[in-house]
Ligand binder design. Structure first.
Ligand code: CDP
Length: 313
């Protein structure tokens, strides 16, 4: 209750539309979408100025030399000083061939279920996914098969793979589905996440995996957080999906996002699950996905990126 009062005190007049209002707004807009090169250029410039994504999105030998102090972005007063053990795990430089052409950012929203967006997604030149999502047979028609970059939060390594303290085979086998993609890990965001992330690195390196580990640069995550804070996203931390969209806006010529729909009802006002594979809700005060959606919807309406929230065919 105190939190709610503070909220209205700090952001007077701020009111997030309800689920039904969002549905009505999306239906009013319909399928119409017009690419706006000026908007695309503007966001690429703004994000480049604030956060320098091409150089900074991953920890590299170039931006994080030996002795560099990296401040964790997810907690105060903790840092990691790059040492011989960590330095050798970093890629030399940004490994992506820029600019990327058509990018698809795939969130995990339940709206993807029965969307038949798989073919559309697979047609993109660069496909980003969040949090090692399932790509099993039953989902392929809706979410596609290809991946070029997939994020992996340390909490997934801890919860789904027992922090890799026991068998690593289950982890190594289950990420084969992402082919030769980059696996993007925020290893330096929260201190407890560093060890499981490094274990994931070694599990892959020791088995000559086809995936390349990129550690998310905490400086980049912090500056992207500030960028959206200045644009009405007041979350304690941005959702993984918004980090990915920000990256895509800076690196890609064209961005389409799928599976971003943090609402309880779909466009037919029928209940929709939070994820396309389960209905586990996020921790309430951590992310504010509906606020993020509103910002992404502005970008959709201005032709800066395209959001797909209905069926693709
Ligand atoms: O780690 P996090 O809880 O942020 O993400 P997730 O639940 O694994 O989903 C990946 C991303 O999809 C989120 O970070 C959101 O940006 C987006 N998402 C959404 O917009 N609506 C949903 N119902 C679920 C996820």
């Amino acid at each position: 209750c105190v939190l709610v009062l503070c909220w209205f005190y700090v952001f007077p007049g701020y009111r997030l539309p309800g689920d039904k209002e969002i549905v009505a707004e999306v239906l009013r807009q319909g399928e119409a979408w017009h690419r706006n090169q000026t908007g695309i250029d503007l966001y690429r410039r703004l994000l480049t100025e604030c956060c320098d994504p091409p150089k900074m999105f991953a920890v590299t030998k170039r931006n994080s030399p030996l002795g560099k102090v990296m401040w964790y972005d997810g907690e105060f007063y903790h840092s990691h000083t790059v040492n011989n053990e960590t330095y050798r795990l970093f890629v030399q430089d940004n490994p992506l061939q820029l600019p990327l052409k058509k990018c698809a950012v795939v969130g995990n929203g339940g709206i993807l279920r029965a969307s038949k967006c798989g073919k559309d997604i697979d047609q993109a030149d660069f496909i980003m996914r969040c949090n090692l999502p399932p790509l099993s047979e039953e989902y392929l028609e809706d979410v596609g098969t290809k991946t070029h970059l997939v994020t992996a939060n340390p909490s997934i390594i801890e919860n789904r793979f027992q922090s890799l303290l026991w068998s690593r085979k289950h982890f190594v086998d289950s990420i084969k589905v992402y082919g030769t993609s980059y696996i993007y890990m925020p290893a330096f965001s929260m201190r407890p996440g560093t060890e499981p992330s490094l274990r994931a690195y070694y599990a892959l390196a020791d088995t000559s995996s086809n995936l390349t580990v990129l550690f998310a640069n905490p400086e980049f995550l912090r500056t992207v957080g500030k960028f959206w804070k200045a644009r009405n996203v007041h979350a304690k931390r941005l959702s993984t999906g918004l980090f990915m969209v920000s990256l895509a806006l800076a690196l890609c010529e064209e961005v389409t996002v799928y599976g971003f729909w943090p609402f309880a009802i779909d466009l037919d006002e029928q209940p929709v699950s939070h994820h396309y594979y389960d209905n586990i809700l996020p921790y309430k005060w951590f992310h504010t996905m509906p606020e993020e959606f509103v910002q992404l919807w502005h970008l959709h309406k201005s032709g800066t990126l395209r959001m797909r929230v209905g069926r693709c065919s």
